[in-house]
Ligand binder design. Structure first.
Ligand SMILES: O=c1ccn([C@@H]2O[C@H](COP(=O)(O)OP(=O)(O)O[C@H]3O[C@@H](CO)[C@H](O)[C@H]3O)[C@@H](O)[C@H]2O)c(=O)[nH]1
Ligand SMILES: [Mn+2]
Length: 362
């Protein structure tokens, strides 16, 4: 039984937007109502814009469909994917808030081992508001959690940590497996609740999943581009992975932190593994070249903003990865278009975007 909304806190309710990419009705919001109702939702409707997406009453939300994306961005809309969850990054563009929480519409409220419902949003906020420790590993995990601290031998000069840019949550029930793994393990369910939050060490990449993810938009927003995926592209379902690799390299360069672990959500996967295999198979072998590329990236010292780092990265993507496939030339150009769109929509003079074809509901 969901907690009555009167008993649920709503930290940062005016500084955080919830971004949901969707191709289906959003009934799942009923279960999240106690946790999400105080917040503003940005819904990015993918696929056919003429399809009517039902949103439960009582949520403060704006819904953007593809017609809105094209209207708001004009020719720059070419950088926003179509028919892939990558479209969610349009919501990151149009938000005006400091924090973003993005969640998939087949993710539900999880329960911790005591049976208590998990307020995933509050845990992400706790992760983002406390420092990360990428330069020296704390063996008792996140030292800024209640009841934990730095262990003996941890340099005092490093105990201040660094600002946290990304909070990566996990999933009970259906784990975020790639299609081959899901095909050979169709019945595997994640029942393991690990009560830990870890900073991902500097110099280490990780597979960022977009289904239960929060980030500080002012610290790392311009790097959270989910790439060119889906319709018309040779690859899909690597949207969040691409953003995670780019963002982690930039976080390392700018001394920002990335945390993974709590909170858990309950994932009841809606997609088909055979369809997924067709979308992601190129990514499965391309990533054997992509990962060494990101591991080798050294950004110039004079890159001091996320945008500068990202534009430098786009040049390296075109130079180093286009021999893997010409797609990376197109992706490198789309990365530049994304930054142009980001700077356009986030310049002080810019009026906030608003859906016209989509709907604004209060
Ligand atoms: O063409 C599409 C397909 C889906 N969406 C929306 O995106 C999310 C994720 O879709 P779904 O839950 O069906 O996919 P999964 O296989 O469970 O998860 C994948 O999605 C990414 C994580 O977010 C990652 O690639 C995989 O983990 C839902 O909200 C769909 O409605 C879409 O917008 N367009
Ligand atoms: Mn899913």
């Amino acid at each position: 039984m969901a907690q009555p909304s009167s008993h649920v806190t709503a930290p940062l309710k005016d500084e955080l937007d919830i971004v949901i990419p969707t191709i289906r009705n959003l009934d799942f919001l009923e279960q999240w109502r106690p946790f999400f109702q105080p917040y503003h939702l940005i819904i990015v409707q993918d696929g056919d814009p003429s399809k009517n997406i039902l949103v439960p009453d009582g949520f403060d939300c704006e819904l953007y469909n593809r017609n809105d994306v094209n209207r708001v961005l004009g020719p720059k809309s070419s950088c926003i994917s179509f028919k892939d969850s990558a479209c969610r990054c349009f919501g990151f563009l149009v938000s005006k808030k400091k924090y973003i929480f993005t969640i998939d519409d087949d993710c539900f409220v999880g329960k911790d081992p005591s049976g208590k419902e998990i307020n995933a949003l509050a845990q992400h906020i706790q992760n983002l508001l406390t420092p990360s420790t990428p330069f020296f590993f704390n063996t008792l995990y996140d030292p800024f959690r209640e009841g934990v601290d730095f262990v003996r031998g941890y340099p005092f000069s490093l105990r201040g940590g660094v600002p946290t840019a990304i909070s990566h949550g996990l999933w009970l029930n259906i784990p975020d497996y790639d299609a081959p793994t899901q095909l050979v393990k169709p019945l595997e369910r994640n029942t393991r609740y690990v009560d830990a939050v870890l900073t991902i060490p500097k110099g280490t990449l990780f597979p960022m999943c977009g289904m239960n993810l929060a980030f500080d938009r002012e610290l790392i927003g311009p790097a959270m581009y989910f790439g060119l995926m889906g319709d018309g592209q040779p690859i899909g379902r690597y949207d969040d992975m691409w953003a995670g690799w780019c963002a982690k390299v930039i976080c390392d360069h700018l001394s920002l932190g990335v945390k993974t672990g709590l909170p858990y959500i309950w994932h009841s996967k809606a997609s088909n593994p055979f369809v997924n295999l067709k979308k992601e198979y190129k990514g499965i072998y391309w990533q054997e070249d992509i990962i060494p590329f990101f591991q080798s990236v050294v950004l110039p010292k004079d890159c001091t903003t996320v945008q500068q780092c990202y534009l430098e990265l786009s040049k390296l993507v075109k130079e180093k990865l286009s021999p893997v496939d010409p797609y990376f030339n197109k992706l490198g150009d789309a990365m530049v278009t994304w930054i142009e769109a980001w700077d356009l929509l986030n310049s002080p003079a810019q009026e906030p975007a608003a859906p016209v074809d989509g709907v604004k509901k209060n």
